[in-house]
Design a protein around this ligand. Structure first.
Ligand code: MN
Length: 286
């Protein structure tokens, strides 16, 4: 299934604590078997599953079995370790369309217990030509029930053709706008589908405009200062934390539990022959 990676990019690997964003679909009829991701592990991050079309079945090592559909949020917290699988439902998966995003867990929570939340309904508000659904955090006073450790926002902007929408932003947040369906114009810049426009802090409003109608994601948060290492599906403090997580997954021990599924789990790729560099804004110790 073709996937567009919007984050990390060559020049930017964080927006607030958001560290990863993929978009996929919409799949045509019979074009693809859809999403088929066998059991695999995560550490130190939240995964956010958000669909625009289709349906995905999530299973995890906590014993969760949960479908996610458009308008619903699956928020998984990996902490010390979790494993999960994701499969689109139905034989054809036609119409599958969505986004998968990750959020860094801060040092204080990174080794905590894993958990899983499903939110079947999320708060939203309307403006002329627009419906704004708040997935995470708060926007214009509307607060999501989903919880993360860092101050951030995630919202879907569903815009009818010809809409111009102005939203208040928090000045201490940096933000990005991701075009999901069709190009959208934000602050005068046209954003191609699957691409992201970054907006630094100190901004009080965001103006988006769409000629054809579009759904876009707004993500943002307080700039994340801690350093961390991200490799494959793991996020850790340093190279050693990644190497240990990889060994723990490959050895099939108890750290990542087991996912009730028919398929065998994914194997981690070999670590590169160099130490993984940490990312983040805090300057490395001399
Ligand atoms: Mn995953």
């Amino acid at each position: 299934m073709p996937v567009r990676r919007s984050l990390p990019g060559r020049d930017r690997h964080l927006v607030g604590a958001w560290c990863f964003a993929d978009t996929y679909g919409p799949l045509g009829a019979g074009a693809s078997p859809g999403m088929r991701v066998p059991p695999h592990p995560h550490t130190g991050l939240h995964t956010v599953s958000w669909l625009l079309g289709g349906e995905i079945l999530h299973r995890d090592s906590l014993g969760t079995t949960c479908r996610v559909r458009p308008g619903e949020l699956n928020l998984m917290t990996a902490g010390h370790g979790i494993s999960h699988s994701e499969y689109s439902t139905g034989a054809q998966a036609s119409g599958l369309h969505g986004a998968q995003l990750w959020i860094v867990q801060p040092e204080a929570e990174r080794d905590g217990p894993p958990c899983f939340e499903h939110h079947g309904t999320l708060p939203s508000f309307t403006r002329p030509g627009a419906t704004v659904t708040v997935l995470l955090g708060a926007l214009d006073g509307v607060v999501s029930p989903a919880r993360t450790a860092t101050e951030l926002v995630g919202a879907e902007l569903d815009l009818a053709a010809g809409t111009r929408l102005r939203l208040p932003l928090r000045r201490d947040f940096e933000h990005a706008v991701l075009a999901l369906d069709k190009p959208v114009t934000a602050e005068g810049h046209e954003i191609p589908t699957g691409s992201m426009l970054y907006l630094p802090p100190e901004r009080e409003t965001l103006t988006v405009h769409t000629a054809d109608g579009n759904r876009a994601l707004l993500i943002g948060g307080v700039p994340f200062e801690e350093r961390f290492v991200m490799w494959w599906n793991f996020l850790a403090r340093d190279h050693g934390g990644i190497a240990t997580a990889r060994e723990d997954w490959e050895s099939g021990g108890t750290r990542f539990g087991t996912v009730p599924a028919q398929d065998a789990g994914l194997s981690a790729p070999p670590l590169p022959g160099v130490r993984l560099r940490s990312r983040g804004r805090r300057r490395a110790q001399p």
